[in-house]
Design a protein around this ligand. Structure first.
Ligand code: FAD
Length: 501
C-alpha cells in the first residue's frame, strides 16, 4: 500500500519535494494542493496580452547545491554561448552543445548581470565600479568619506546586534548610507537598526567593500556567485516559470497529482499525529488521510489550519504574528523610440535591473524585461520596452489600497522624477499584487528557533521553502529544503534538523 504525502504549495520547494519522492520511489502517492490557478509560486511566468511577465527580478545562477543544479539545468539546459562564469565542469554538465535561442525553445540564455543603482539623482553602475565616471558622479569628497568610514570600521568593529551594524562592518557607514540604507528600508519597511542580522547573511553573505575592490583588481572568483555581485545569470527563453512548467510535466508523468485552486481547510491532529486533512478542491470540500505532510505555505497561515487540543496557544499566536512584506508589481509597456530619446534611459537601457535608493520614489527596483529575453515581449522588443517596477509594502500601506488608476498616476510621477517617463506615456499596464512575498526579520522573528523546536513535535510534518521556513531564501535554497524533506521521508530517517536552514 502506497503512503500518501500531501504537499502544500506548488512553488519551487513543493515541486522539488514532489519530484524527488516520485522519481526515486514508487511507494508514495503524492498530492500537491495549490491555492492559485497557476503553478510556480513567486517564480511563475504569466501571460499578458501575448507578453510574458515574471514576478519581478527572477534569475538563475549556479547553486551551491549540485542536486538542485542537476534538476534545473536538466529541465532547461544552458545555451552554448560565451560564459564568463561557468567552470569547465559546469559547462560539460549543464550546457547543451550547439543549442541557442535561435534553434531551441528549451534553453537558458546566458545573460550579463548589468545593473545600476540610482542615488542622489544619478545612476551608478552596480556593483560600484572604480572608474572616472564614478569619481565624477560621486565627487572626491564622498570618495574620501567612504574610504575613511571604511577604515574606521576596520579598526573599530561594531557589535553585530542589527542589520545596520552588519552592513557598516562590511562597507563602512558612508557607503552603506549611500547604497544600501534606503533600498533596504523600502524592501523591509523598517529601519535596518530594527532588523535581525540574518537578513544580511541571506542577502549579502560575506561580501564587503574590500571584496568588491579585490574583485576589480585581482578578478577574484570567490565573490562571483554572491547574489548581489553575480556577473552573469541564466534565464529561460520564455521566463522564469518555464522551468517549473517543465517540472510539473515530469511530476505528472511520474504519477503525481497537482490540484490547483485547492487548499486545506483544516488539519486534524491527535497525540501529535495527523488523523485527517479537510481540503477544498475547486470549492468542493473533501477529506484525506495522509502519512506525511510537506508544508511550503507561510508558517503563520499553516498554524492557523491546525486543530490540535494540545497546541500551545501562546506559541501559535506568536507564529501567527510572523511578519511579511507584500509586493506590488507594476508592469508597464512603453514605446521604445520615445524611451531612447530620454538621457536617463540611455544610461540604463542595457541593464537587467536598476535599484532605486531615492526615498521620493517608492518603488525599489526596475526590471528591464527586454534585456532578459526578447521572447518575453510580443514584438520581441523591437518597438516596445517592458518595465516591471517593484513596490514592497505592508497590507495596511496606503499604496496597497490604491485603485489601479491612482497607482498608475503615482507611477507616472515617480518615472518623471527619474526622467524615465516618455512623451507618449504608458501604453499598457498590468498590476499584480503578491501577498507574503518577503518573510521579514523583525518582531517575533527573533523567536524563530523556539517556533522550530515547537513545530518539530509534529513528526509527520516537514517545513520547507521560503515562507514555510520563514527564511529570505532564493529558489535554489527553497528547492533544496524540499529535496531534504523528501530525502528524510525516503530514507525513513525523519531528521528535521537536516531540513531546516
Ligand atoms: C521580487 C522577488 C525577486 C526574487 N528574485 C529571485 C531571483 O532572482 N533568484 C532566485 O533564485 N530567487 C528569487 N526570489 C526568491 C524566490 O521567489 C523564492 O525563493 C521562491 O519562490 C521560493 O519558493 P517556495 O516554493 O518556497 O515559495 P513560493 O514560490 O512562495 O511558493 C509557495 C506556493 O504556495 C502557495 N500557497 C500559499 N498559500 C497556500 C495555501 N493556503 N494553500 C495552498 N497553496 C498555498 C502559493 O500560491 C505558492 O504557489 C525572489 C523573490 C521575490 C519576491
Amino acid at each position: 500500500m502506497k503512503k500518501t504525502v500531501l504537499i502544500l504549495g506548488a512553488g519551487p520547494a513543493g515541486l522539488a519535494a514532489a519530484y524527488k519522492l516520485l522519481n526515486e520511489s514508487k511507494d508514495y502517492k503524492v498530492i500537491i494542493l495549490e491555492k492559485q490557478k497557476e503553478i510556480g509560486g513567486l517564480c511563475k511566468t504569466i501571460d499578458f496580452k501575448q507578453n510574458k511577465l515574471d514576478y519581478g527580478v527572477h534569475f538563475y545562477r549556479i547553486s551551491e547545491y549540485k542536486e538542485v543544479n542537476d534538476i534545473i539545468y536538466n529541465l532547461i539546459p544552458i545555451e552554448d554561448n560565451i560564459s564568463i562564469q561557468l567552470t569547465k565542469q559546469e559547462k560539460d554538465r549543464y550546457v547543451k552543445k550547439n543549442q541557442n535561442q535561435e534553434n531551441s525553445d528549451n534553453i537558458m540564455l546566458i545573460k550579463e548581470a548589468t545593473s545600476n543603482i540610482y542615488f542622489d539623482n544619478k545612476f551608478y553602475e552596480y556593483p560600484i565600479k572604480i572608474n572616472l565616471d564614478t569619481i565624477k558622479k560621486m565627487g572626491i569628497i564622498n570618495l574620501i568619506a567612504i574610504a575613511f568610514s571604511y577604515l574606521k570600521v576596520l579598526i573599530f568593529k561594531k557589535k553585530e546586534t542589527n542589520l545596520e551594524n552588519y552592513y557598516i562592518n562590511r562597507y563602512g557607514k558612508k557607503f552603506y548610507s549611500m547604497f544600501f540604507l534606503d533600498y533596504t528600508k523600502k524592501v523591509c519597511g523598517v529601519d535596518p537598526k530594527d532588523i535581525d542580522i540574518d537578513w544580511g547573511k541571506q542577502r549579502i553573505r560575506d561580501t564587503s567593500l574590500i571584496s568588491i575592490v579585490k574583485e576589480k583588481i585581482f578578478k577574484s572568483k570567490k565573490v562571483n556567485n554572491e547574489p548581489s555581485l553575480i556577473k552573469e545569470y541564466y534565464y529561460p527563453k520564455y521566463g522564469c516559470g518555464q522551468t517549473y512548467e517543465k517540472l510539473v510535466d515530469k511530476i505528472i508523468k511520474l504519477g503525481g497529482i497537482i490540484l490547483t485552486n485547492s487548499y486545506v481547510k483544516d488539519i486534524i491532529i491527535k497525540d501529535n499525529k495527523i488523523t485527517k486533512v479537510n481540503y477544498f478542491e475547486n470549492k468542493e470540500l473533501k477529506e484525506l488521510e495522509v502519512d506525511y505532510l510537506i508544508n511550503s505555505i507561510a508558517l503563520k497561515d499553516f498554524v492557523s489550519l491546525i486543530r490540535d487540543d494540545t497546541a500551545s496557544k501562546s506559541l501559535v499566536s506568536e507564529i501567527q504574528r510572523l511578519p511579511f512584506r507584500d509586493l506590488i508589481l507594476v508592469n508597464i509597456i512603453l514605446t521604445k523610440k520615445d524611451m531612447l530619446k530620454l538621457s536617463s534611459f540611455q544610461e540604463i537601457k542595457e541593464n537587467s535591473w536598476v535599484f532605486i535608493q531615492n526615498p521620493d520614489v517608492k518603488f525599489g527596483r526596475i526590471k528591464i524585461a527586454n534585456n532578459w529575453s526578447n521572447y518575453m515581449l510580443k514584438d520581441k522588443g523591437s518597438e516596445q520596452v517592458l518595465l516591471t517596477l517593484e513596490y514592497c509594502c505592508d497590507s495596511k500601506d496606503p499604496i496597497n489600497k490604491m485603485t489601479n488608476d491612482k497607482l498608475i498616476n503615482q507611477v507616472k510621477k515617480e518615472l518623471k522624477l527619474l526622467k524615465l517617463y516618455p512623451k507618449s506615456g504608458i501604453k499598457d499596464y498590468k498590476i499584480t499584487k503578491v501577498k507574503n512575498a518577503y518573510p521579514a526579520y523583525y518582531g517575533v522573528y527573533s523567536n524563530r528557533q523556539s517556533f522550530i523546536n515547537y513545530l518539530n513535535k509534529y513528526k509527520q510534518i516537514y517545513f520547507v521553502g521560503r515562507n514555510g521556513q520563514h527564511q529570505y531564501i532564493d529558489m535554489d535554497k527553497a528547492m533544496y529544503t524540499g529535496l531534504c524533506a523528501s530525502k528524510e521521508i525516503l530514507n525513513k530517517t525523519n531528521n528535521k534538523k537536516r531540513v531546516w536552514l
